[in-house]
Unconditional design. Structure first.
Length: 144
């Protein structure tokens, strides 16, 4: 019986040397997935807010600036810090006369920093969302 224990000596150390890094990797991947999911949700919400604000405006220039402001505030309120944020708003439909149907489209792109997790090949990830919001066909528009 004594020789049996000697043959298994050190096996727990080998299991720990193999198992602990795998466990840590799985935990880091779960954290990364959570961060990406939260950032995706925040970018989707910011894009929807920007498109909605722009579609309610009567002036194309003011609509664009208001939408960008709302998208930035929405991302900040949700605690998302982007390395690079790109917000574009297409307000061309607001330049058409009343009675003409159209949509305002907002696109928000956020580069999420993941380098602090220490996972190889995951320094950052870009998340992009596009939302179109309809314009009230018969609402008065600036200059028309």
């Amino acid at each position: 019986m004594n020789s049996r224990w000697r043959n298994e000596r050190g096996s727990a150390t080998v299991e720990a040397v193999i198992g602990v890094p795998v466990f840590v990797l799985l935990i880091l991947l779960a954290i990364m997935g959570g961060r990406v999911a939260l950032a995706k949700q925040a970018v989707d919400a910011a894009t929807a807010d920007a498109a909605r604000v722009a579609s309610l405006s009567r002036d194309a220039i003011k609509a664009e600036s208001d939408a960008i402001e709302v998208a930035e505030a929405s991302l900040a309120n949700q605690g998302i810090t982007c390395l690079d944020t790109t917000i574009t708003v297409d307000t061309a439909a607001l330049r058409r006369p009343a009675g003409t149907p159209g949509v305002v489209t907002a696109t928000v792109s956020c580069t999420l920093r993941l380098a602090d997790l220490g996972l190889p090949g995951t320094a950052s990830r870009t998340i992009t969302a596009t939302v179109a919001s309809p314009i009230d066909t018969w609402r008065e528009r600036a200059g028309r």
